[in-house]
Design a protein around this ligand. Structure first.
Ligand code: NAD
Length: 490
């Protein structure tokens, strides 16, 4: 699988069932975010020519894959699920190493969820069915669900294997072939998953390329043989992908950013809610989650006491080496994100009226200075219209905002260009559901702060995206096209 260049392994891309390098031989260095200057491996730096090759291979494979029986495609997904399950420790280890996500709290659960994703889509493969439409006795009108063609998939680094598995399982189970570009910061575990899949899928059905967004990602988005674009990442890049899709009227799914509200009612000052808010903020993933409940709206009657409880719990989180089983929270992905998170914290420190209750700028010496570690940070008394309350920080930084009236908090929660996730914490279920229904987000959790489970449709409102993933409906909506056939029986 690897050659050795100096001390660092050079990994390969997966195209046509083969392990290949970039045509011009260039590579990208992947570094360990928890240890400054530690190189992990090199991966190929794909450019337009590599993308063209991969897409042509996928287009050729589509001719036979599109007519493979859904039952057989489903069986292959089940086999991939078993193989992924057997590889959980290796995959988890690799995720922790390249992303900085702690192995116990994040990397291993991500690897486990990935196996579940393949198993779920394998199980629903035969549900790719259409309908018969009762027009008249002498006409047979039916709808078929057909695959679209070659899907161009682009994924981010924050949950690389899970997000990659979603694209693979949905696109390929539905009968499409896929060229997927991994994120430049976290391509290694995705390549390992690709190898596992390639032992089970026919060559050319799944192709994984590595490279920079502006080079390989942009080339994939504009390739003329792509039939559908499926992008997960920032809203900024999502717009570029949508522009590329618009040029050719391509169907496009976008899973983008968020600045999700967590609304706590006065009856919810218990430990379970505090734990749920901390989980929902994804502190143990350093806040690097699109669904992080990063705008915390606390009722004024519990504002101070809730924050006290939250600080007490957050101060027990152990930050450090992602490979250490006792560590709760690892490192931020790279220098750019680290600097970005720090600049938002600085803004909070300097903002008049705001109070940094805990955390703040990271230490400049000691073990935490050896990697991109940022402590859990709470900035209180924030205005909902400030930049730190409007923009996605993508770090372990939560802003706390007090509220007094239900109508007011719903208005504040909805005053965002994002609409991905939301959390409502309230014991009175009718009030909780009234709030859940009034919030403009694609996914609202009531008294729960955990992640997605295969089977529920997931995706954003507003500038958080278009299309749904994670479910049968998501697969049908985003990865098939409907054809109507009318037959004259008279
Ligand atoms: P990003 O948008 O910078 O990069 C995502 C991917 O797009 C990477 O593979 C990158 O190489 C590629 N890319 C960059 N520029 C490109 C271009 N011009 N053309 C084509 N591809 C290009 O995002 P990121 O920093 O990797 O990830 C963080 C973002 O992803 C956050 O905004 C987060 O909210 C979002 N996200 C959303 C979801 C969701 O399901 N809604 C899930 C995870 C992450």
């Amino acid at each position: 699988m690897v050659e050795v260049a100096g001390q660092v392994e050079v990994l390969s891309m997966l195209v046509d069932g083969k392990e290949i390098q970039a045509i011009d031989g260039r590579t990208i260095l992947v570094e360990n975010p928890a240890r400054h200057g530690e190189a992990i491996a090199r991966v190929p730096r794909a450019t337009e020519a590599d993308v063209d090759h991969a897409v042509r291979v996928a287009a050729a494979a589509f001719k036979t894959w599109r007519v493979a029986a859904p039952r057989d495609r489903g069986r292959m997904m089940m086999r991939i699920a078993d193989a992924m399950e057997a590889a959980i420790e290796d995959i988890a280890h690799t995720i922790a190493l390249e992303t900085g996500n702690a192995i116990r709290t994040q990397a291993r659960p991500e690897a486990k969820t990935t196996a579940d994703i393949f198993r779920y889509f394998g199980g629903v493969a035969t549900e790719l069915k259409g309908e018969v439409v009762p027009i008249s006795e002498d006409m047979l009108v039916y709808n078929r669900r057909e695959p679209i063609g070659v899907v161009g998939g682009i994924i981010p680094w924050n949950a690389p294997v899970m997000l990659g598995a979603l694209k693979i399982a949905m696109a390929i189970t539905a009968g499409n072939t896929l060229v997927m570009k991994a994120a430049e910061d976290a391509p290694i575990a995705v390549l390992k998953m690709g190898q596992i899949c390639s032992e089970i899928l026919p060559p050319g059905v799944l192709n994984i390329i590595t490279g920079y967004g502006e080079e390989a990602g942009a080339a994939l988005a504009v390739h003329p043989l792509i039939g559908k674009l499926s992008f997960t990442g920032s809203t900024e890049v999502g717009k570029l992908v949508m522009h590329a899709a618009a040029e050719r009227i391509l169907p496009v799914s976008l899973e983008l950013g968020g600045k999700s509200p967590a609304v706590v009612f006065p009856d919810s000052i218990d430990d379970k809610t505090v734990d749920g808010v901390i989980a929902g903020m994804r502190f143990t993933r350093q806040g690097q989650s699109c669904t992080a409940g990063s705008r915390l709206f606390l009722h004024e009657s519990i504002y101070d006491s809730f924050l006290e409880k939250m600080m007490a719990k957050l101060s027990t989180l152990k930050i450090g080496d992602p490979m250490d089983e006792t560590v709760d929270m690892g490192a931020i992905i790279n220098r750019k994100q680290y600097d970005r998170v720090c600049s938002y914290i600085t803004e909070g420190i300097e903002q008049q009226g705001a109070r940094v209750l805990m955390g703040g700028l990271p230490p400049t010496d000691g073990p935490l200075a050896d990697g991109f570690f940022v402590q859990p940070t709470i900035i209180a008394d924030v205005g909902n219209d400030w930049r730190i309350a409007r923009e996605e920080i993508f770090g372990p930084v939560v802003v706390a905002i007090p509220w007094s009236e239900e109508e007011e908090v719903i208005q504040m929660a909805n005053d965002s260009h994002y609409g991905l996730a939301a959390y409502v914490w309230c014991k009175d279920l009718s009030k909780a559901l009234r709030t859940a229904h009034a919030i403009e987000s694609g996914w609202v959790q009531v008294n729960r702060g955990l992640g997605q489970v295969p089977g529920h449709s997931y995706g954003g409102f507003k500038m958080s995206g278009i299309g749904r993933e994670f479910s049968l409906e998501g697969m049908l909506e985003s990865f098939t096209q409907r054809k109507s056939v009318t037959v004259n029986l008279s």
